[in-house]
Design a protein around this ligand. Sequence first.
Ligand code: UDP
Ligand code: MN
Length: 275
Amino acid sequence: MSQAPTRYAYVTLVTNGDYAMGAAALARSLLRTETAADIVVLHTAGVRSSALAPLQTLGCRLVEVAHLPLSDEFNERHARSALHAAAPFTKGRKPEFHSPLDNFCKLRLWELTDYETCVFIDADAIVLRNIDKLFLYPEFSAAPNVYESLADFQRMNSGVFIAKPSADTFRHMLERLDQPDIFWKRTDQSFLQAFFPDWHGLPVYFNMLQYVWFTIPQLWDWKSISVLHYQYEKPWEANHPKAAKLRPLIDLWHAFYAGDELPDISAMANPEEAA
Ligand code: UDP
Ligand code: MN
């Protein structure tokens, strides 16, 4: 008799070798939580099989996806140089290997209709404790995009979200996404917030952004953080501009990536103590 199918999957996206490294650390972190859910890696055709092999070894389900069928005009407006010129990033720096257009492939998650519920997690995040309860949350749930101030609480971050795959929803999304002159300033994130204006708010600790470590240190709490998300500069980039400020977080990512023995995360020093 075949095993009962799992109804739940963690899903991430990988369109190049750099994010494949990120996904490997993420997958290791999820396995450590002893989740019974599948781990699905959506990947584009261009990712080298040598970059995907470690993910296969970890037991991830690899699903090849194409870019969305979008107009040339849409693609030109959201190409890296055009987007950075129209809506510059002033708070942090995006790595060279980040292509904004690739972000829209996240929407392919809605095509995974074998699953009842998916929890999407960016490939630049790690999970610090079991979060399977998120499969019982409604579509569309996500955490606020907090890394500067109170004003952040009205925006959502699309690095972690709960969604119900559905061919109908996917079709509606494609209809809404590509319209004459439309510009999704922060790509999938702006789109998803517009598509789900009444998004359900998750506690901020389900998507703790690394910059909070130095911008709002009083919010940091290792005992509460479930998902740590390395937005902007990536922990595997050598000597990036924020590396000195983020050292304990970067070291933690590398321990997950290498499969090293981990510290007791709940007992790690919060920013004030670490300073
Ligand atoms: N992504 C990818 N290739 C790209 C850009 C993005 O695979 O060129 C995927 C990857 O899963 C990544 C997510 O989309 O984690 C969103 O991008 P990123 O995390 O770099 O954005 P940030 O969190 O810094 O806003
Ligand atoms: Mn991210």
